[in-house]
Design a protein around this ligand. Sequence first.
Ligand SMILES: [Zn+2]
Length: 306
Amino acid sequence: MKFLTLAGNGRIKEQLSQRRELSHAYLISGPAGSGRHTLARLLAAAMVCEGGDEAPCGRCTPCKKVLRGIHPDVTVLSGAGEGKALSVDQVRQLRADAYIRPNEGERKIYLLERADQMNPSAQNAMLKLLEEGPGYAAFLLLAENPGGLLQTVRSRCEELALAPVSPGEGERWLRARFPDRDEAELCRAARDCQGILGRAVAQLEAPEEGRARSARVQQLADALERGTELSLFETALPLEKEDREGLIALLDALAAELGARAGRSAHRRRLLRAEDLIRRLRGAAQLNGNAGQLAGWLCAGMFLEQ
Ligand SMILES: [Zn+2]
C-alpha cells in the first residue's frame, strides 16, 4: 500500500506498506496540523479502494468519494460543540449505527476526533465496540496525546504516530501544493511551521493572517532581543488572548526566529536567554493552555537577575 501524498513520515509509510491487510482499529497521533486527518482519509480510502495493490489509488470511485469527504460508509465523528470529545451517549449511538450494514462497499469506517479527550465511560463503551463490533467496521482514533487513552483501548489499536517533517521535505511538499508561490515565501513558511505542515498551509492559504503573524513574531523577537522591560510587556500582552494551538504555533515560530538571529546579533546572550525561556513556555503551554500572566512571566525571565 502506498501513502505517497502524506508528507514525510517514512516510518509510517514503511509500517503500512508491509501489511497485506489493514487493521480494524488505528490510533493516529500527532499535534494539530501534523497530518492526522490526511492520514485517516488515506487509510479509509485504502480500505474501500478497488485498485488492488495500489490502494489507495486515488482514482477509483470509492477512493474519490472518501477523499472528497462524501463516501456514505465513512463517518467523521466529533463531540457536540466546539473542541468537545464524544460522550458515552454518542459512542452508544455509534455502536447502534455500526451494526447497520454498509451502504456501498464491504466496510464501514468511523473517524473519531479527539479520542484522547473522551472520558473513561465513553472510552469503555468504545473498548466494547473495538472488542465485539462487527467485522466490517473499522475505527480510526485521532489523538493529540495518545497517553490520554486508557491502556485497554490503546492496546486494541495499531498506533501510527505522526512526526514533524524535515525542512527539506516540508519545502518540497509545499512547493507541490502551492506551485505558484515564490521560493522565499515557501521557505519561510516551511521554517516557521517547525515541521507541522498544517500550520504552513494555514499561513499560505490565509496570507493576510500569515503576514500579521510574521509581523508579531518580528515584534516579539525585537522586544526580546533589545527592548525595554515595558516594551516587552506591552508586546507580549496580546499573547495571553491566544488559544493553545495559536500560542504554540506562535512560540515555535518565535523560537525559530530567535535561533536564526542568535548567530549574527550583538545581543547574543539575551537571545539565548530568550530562546530558553520560549522553549520552557512552549512546554508549559502544551501541558495546560492557560496563558495568563504570560507577559509578566516573560519580563521576569528576561530582566530579573538569575
Ligand atoms: Zn482506489
